[in-house]
Design a protein around this ligand. Structure first.
Ligand SMILES: [Zn+2]
Length: 55
């Protein structure tokens, strides 16, 4: 199980969290306040992005 909130979305997506647990994935990205300059993903918490940039 993935309960680590500090893990980046980049890592979560590599493990296909968005496929295995869409609800948990949506909780991480809504409401998006930051996006990642590295991979372009957006997230509710800056700590879930490898290169966070405020939206
Ligand atoms: Zn990233």
């Amino acid at each position: 199980m993935n309960d680590d909130k500090q893990k980046t979305l980049c890592a979560h997506v590599e493990e296909e969290l968005q496929v295995n647990d869409p609800q948990a994935y949506m909780a991480l990205i809504q409401p998006a306040t930051h996006y990642c300059k590295g991979c372009g993903r957006s997230a509710a918490n800056a700590e879930n992005l490898c290169k966070p940039q405020k939206l």
